[in-house]
Ligand binder design. Structure first.
Ligand code: PAF
Length: 290
């Protein structure tokens, strides 16, 4: 349903903090949805989820330079604030926090938040500084928006785990909610980076979900060999003519460690694959029948 509320846009951290403080004083429950903008239906579902949990929903829109390596797509990351604003308004949020880079990283900025170990595998292997940038900006956004709850998407499964670890280790007083992946009708996980794909790459990228569905079907039918599953998944992925397969990983969701044991209660299967110059990630959580 289209929202009738007019969303407020705040650009300064001080203004945002003062507004959040006032709302807390009025005993309003605040939920935040951190984003890098270029929003799609997946983000709208996060905003709606936040709305079901809180009186006030804040959406942050900030393309965070600290989480991109110099060779990555920071400069060309898609940006369209008016489009984002319309989606945020329609999804029923109350406030957009839309700072510029100087506001978040003023001259002399020099403090970072870093989660150890789990940030070194999978995404961390290919993007060594990425999670340090994510945890730093998320810590800042939580301090600025003062939420009771924060909603993140399960599509960035490792990011979600890393953020939860930071929250626990550093005693942030905020509830983290994970919302399920939203897919296009043909199964492609929604992502702002899908806009980079040309027609052929977009079609080829469907092998990601297909390979995850394959793993799900086999595991549900009792397959216990990760080696075999990975081999068959690779065949499916390679049929989509990728430029590079960064990883196909089987992860124990409890501690986010790589495993070849399919006897625990569930397994997370995660992928990172490049089509042309576009790097896509996807994952699925599969319950295991023992
Ligand atoms: O998932 C994202 O969009 C970003 O990594 C986040 C959490 C907004 C931090 O910049």
């Amino acid at each position: 349903m289209e929202s009738k509320k007019t969303v407020r846009v705040l650009k300064s951290a001080g203004e945002m903090q003062a507004a959040a403080e006032k709302l807390r004083h009025e005993r309003k429950k605040i939920a935040v949805v951190p984003t890098m903008g270029y929003l799609h239906r997946g983000h709208a579902s996060l905003i709606e989820r936040a709305g079901s949990l809180a009186d006030i929903v804040i959406v942050t829109v900030f393309v965070n330079p600290a989480q991109f390596a110099p060779n990555e797509d920071y400069a060309r990351y898609p940006r369209d604030f008016e489009h984002d604003k319309a989606i945020i308004q329609a999804a029923g949020a109350d406030i957009i926090f839309y700072p510029d880079v100087k506001e978040m990283y003023p001259d002399g900025f020099g403090s970072y938040v870093e989660v150890e170990k789990v940030t070194k595998i999978l995404e961390g292997k290919f993007r060594p500084e990425h999670f340090k940038g994510v945890t730093t900006v998320v810590a800042k956004l939580l301090n600025i928006t003062k939420p009771h709850a924060a909603v993140f998407g399960q599509k960035d499964a490792q990011q979600a785990f890393v953020i939860q670890k930071m929250i626990k280790d550093l005693n942030f007083d905020v509830q983290i909610i994970l919302a399920p992946i939203v897919r296009e009708e043909d199964g492609l996980a929604m992502s702002s980076r899908n806009s980079y794909l040309n027609e052929a790459e977009r079609k080829n990228a469907l092998v990601l979900f297909r390979s995850l569905q394959y793993a799900e079907k086999q595991i549900r039918q009792g397959e216990k060999s990760v080696e075999l599953l990975r081999e068959e998944m690779m065949k499916i992925i390679l049929s989509g003519n990728p430029t590079q397969v960064d990883y196909t990983a089987f992860i124990d969701p409890v501690d986010f460690s790589e495993t070849d044991n399919l006897n625990q209660s569930e397994i997370l299967v995660a992928l990172a694959v490049r089509f042309g110059t576009t790097r896509l990630i996807d994952n699925i959580i599969i319950p295991i029948n023992s």
